[in-house]
Design a protein around this ligand. Structure first.
Ligand code: GTP
Ligand code: MG
Length: 239
């Protein structure tokens, strides 16, 4: 519990048997009530290792980062606060309290760990990733007037806020969907500089390969343009 509220850490994972246990064990269980891994049919020992390390594992056959997050959340219907982080050791679970403190400062609705500060290890964000993030954040600022610096996976929000957002993206559009919907509905989003490291072991699914970056980039930019188009269309229809 954190300040009397139950907390769940949600970890999407695909073939991360070498890193997932370390990530789970670094979560402070005095603060966090549940650690839930959303596994997309990993072919290695991810599920077994995660259970041994004390996590709940929820299997989702529908592929994709967002699908895994959505399914994992269904395992903790009563939790009050959700924290998301990756399974490869890139994010630092010992910084969870930093994000939770920020969530309880002022009127904050969503806290996003930003990886553009000095705490990020050199090389942990590829050139393409930095470029793509900057481009996307600039577009979001032009289209919705909200300033973000990153689309990092490490973030926290209340369950009630999460439900209000109606998250749907089954894939790598998940993080931008949350940020665009927060901007559209006028939520107060706070960015906190976080540590970011190169994945500790295992294979990259997203930004470590050109194909992964291309797929994620297409999805993310596609989401931004589609969200704006839908917004304009529904405004036109209403009057
Ligand atoms: N369940 C699930 N998890 C996924 C999927 N794709 C990626 N992940 C997880 O999402 C997180 C981010 O994927 P990474 O491969 O680390 O992507 P990245 O951080 O951009 O790239 P790296 O440079 O390799 O760290 C990791 O925890 C992955 O295991 C997926 O399709 N399903
Ligand atoms: Mg990673």
């Amino acid at each position: 519990m954190f300040r009397g509220h139950t907390v769940a850490v949600i970890i999407p994972a695909l073939d991360e048997e070498d890193t997932i246990a370390g990530v789970i064990r670094q979560v402070d269980r005095d603060l966090v009530d549940w650690v839930v891994v959303g596994d997309n049919g990993s072919r290695d020992g991810t599920a077994k290792v995660a259970i041994q390390a004390g996590a709940l594992v929820v299997r989702e056959d529908r592929r994709g980062y967002g699908s895994a997050c959505l399914k994992a959340i269904t395992a903790v219907p009563e939790v009050e606060i959700l924290v998301f982080l990756d399974a490869d050791g890139g994010d630092d679970p010992t910084e969870i309290p930093l994000l939770l403190e920020a969530l309880f400062s002022g009127d904050t609705d969503v806290v996003i760990g930003s990886r553009v500060g000095e705490k990020a290890e050199p090389g942990s964000l590829t050139f393409l990733q930095k470029f793509g993030n900057q481009l996307t954040c600039t577009l979001v600022r032009w289209l919705w007037g909200v300033r973000y610096t990153d689309l990092g996976p490490f973030r926290t929000l209340r369950r009630s806020t999460f439900d209000q957002l109606g998250m749907q993206d089954p894939d790598y559009g998940w993080t931008i969907e949350m940020q665009v919907k927060a901007a559209q509905t006028g939520l107060s989003v706070l960015e906190v500089p976080v540590t970011y490291r190169n994945r500790l072991a295992g294979q990259s699914k997203v930004s470590g390969t050109i194909l992964g970056s291309w797929r994620a980039g297409k999805r993310i930019l596609g989401y931004v343009f589609e969200a704006k188009a839908k917004e304009l269309f529904s405004r036109k229809k209403m009057g």
